[in-house]
Design a protein around this ligand. Structure first.
Ligand code: PLZ
Length: 446
């Protein structure tokens, strides 16, 4: 891999984590920044690239989170930097709705080409994943002339008012922020590890329950769209039982409901396919993307059936910054990197290394209840040995251990007991293996 700033690809600790400089700066952070913002690792970043983050004390930390599945191409990837530098010196902003520019058009062309399905597609660009999801719902309601939105347990769609209503988990996302928007209906999720009736036939019963509830409690003819992550991200990397997603998609097409795949976290090569919908041959009517689209710059999109995307009246969609020329330049660099460096294949190689190591750990440590994911999106769910009781204490201890050894690992899950691995897809193999060895040690002591 040739992408990224030329930072030595090594784990190197020169101080304790956090070091003295980070500690000092984090005091300033506390003084200046709202206390409502979380912090996964208490170090201040100086630079990052490939598979590492270097902090202000000079510690080089293995990055197993990619900024929550954003820098799939690595931080400051060569093509992203070059495109952004050229764009920023040409012009920074005109507002696409005022005077258009080519970057926006080219990103839409790329999305229309890369997303599942060979039908005619169109796109619109926004700033964040939540904004993309909101717009997908706006488009779906406008097109179908229906109001109800169906979402799922364990789902995550953002922090705006509509997307908070769509997000399942109360703490920390919704607590005290209501009232939430009406006409959002939450359905049970096919969660293989925690499905009581699951013994191979689970997919049938959960799918049937969902369809029954939609018919009886909402009325299929009132539903504008079903919005689902093909793999639940924040919810703990839940891969639904085989057949669940195709069953929903079929029900949608039979009932004039739009199937919206929220691929904000799963998109852009992460799962070993360009989009996770591909694993079960799903062709969504609309697909929301963000995160991995632009190598770290804020950009998001709704892509889908041209007839649906064109149904909204003129000027019905937009925003001052949506599809900023700089973010679009970055996206074109990131997409070129994904294609030219064959990062879909890399995600599968990384995935195989991770699943082999994680399954080996599962044999050794009874606190690992489940290993799951696709491609370079893998997780383990930690439980009390011999039960399925969530073990959030083990999670906290393992994550802390990893941090102290210079490995950044993220948590997830409705029960706060899932360790998720999302390395940049340009992570060198030696670093990935080193991170997994440290995770192994962390679980041994947890
Ligand atoms: N849809 C599937 O994963 C963002 C949230 C981080 P934004 N997930 C990370 C946090 O705690 O705020 C996400 C997602 C899916 C939508 C979103 C929202 O994307 O870019 O954060 O708005």
């Amino acid at each position: 891999m040739t992408t990224g700033p030329h930072i030595p690809q090594e784990r190197k600790l020169v101080t304790a984590i956090p070091g003295p400089k980070s500690q000092e700066l984090i005091k300033r952070r506390s003084d200046a920044v709202s206390a409502a913002l979380g912090m996964a690792i208490p170090v201040v970043v100086e630079k990052a690239g490939g598979g590492v983050i270097v902090d202000v004390d000079g510690n080089s930390i293995i990055d197993m989170g990619a900024g929550i599945a954003v820098v799939n191409v690595g931080n400051s990837a060569d093509r992203v930097v070059k495109n952004v530098q050229e764009q920023v010196s040409a012009f920074t902003h005109t507002c696409f709705m005022i005077a258009p520019y080519m970057g926006y058009i080219e990103v839409c062309e790329a999305l229309n080409r890369l997303t599942p399905g060979t039908h005619k597609k169109k796109s619109a660009l926004f700033n964040s994943g939540a904004e993309a999801v909101e717009n997908a719902v706006k488009i779906a309601r406008n097109f179908t002339k229906r109001q109800a939105v169906v979402v799922f347990e364990h789902g995550y769609h953002g922090r705006t008012n509509l997307t908070m209503a769509m997000t399942a988990k109360n703490m920390p996302y919704k607590e005290g922020f209501g009232p939430f928007t009406p006409e959002v209906y939450r359905m049970p999720m096919a969660y293989p590890y925690r499905c009581d009736s699951c013994s191979g036939s689970c997919k049938q019963s959960v799918l049937e329950t969902v369809l029954h509830k939609i018919e009886k409690e909402i009325g299929a003819h009132n539903v504008a769209c079903i919005v689902i992550e093909p793999i639940m991200g924040e919810g703990g990397f839940i891969v639904p039982c085989e057949g669940f997603l195709p069953g929903l998609a079929k029900f949608c097409s039979e009932n004039g409901i739009l199937f919206v795949a929220d691929e904000v976290q799963t998109g852009f090569a992460r799962t070993g396919a360009m989009f996770a919908s591909e694993h079960e041959g799903i062709v969504p009517d609309l697909i929301t993307t963000a995160k991995g689209i632009a190598g770290g710059l804020p950009l998001a999109a709704v892509t889908g059936r041209a007839d649906v995307m064109d149904a909204v009246h003129l000027s019905g969609l937009g925003g001052t910054y949506g599809g900023s020329p700089i973010a679009c330049a970055a996206a074109l660099g990131a997409i070129a990197t994904i294609e030219e460096e064959k990062l879909v294949d890399r995600a599968n190689v990384i995935g195989k290394i991770m699943t082999d190591a994680l399954h080996e750990m599962k044999q050794k440590y009874p606190i690992i209840g489940d290993v799951r994911g696709r491609g370079a999106m893998q997780a383990i769910e930690l439980v009390l040995p011999g039960t399925k009781e969530p073990n959030s204490a083990a999670l906290a201890s393992a994550i802390k251990y990893c941090q102290q050894k210079g490995v950044l690992i993220l948590s997830a899950g409705t029960y706060g007991n899932v360790i998720r691995l999302l390395p940049p897809l340009v992570m060198p193999e030696h670093l990935l293996k080193e991170a997994l060895e440290i995770l192994d040690e962390a679980l041994a002591q947890a």
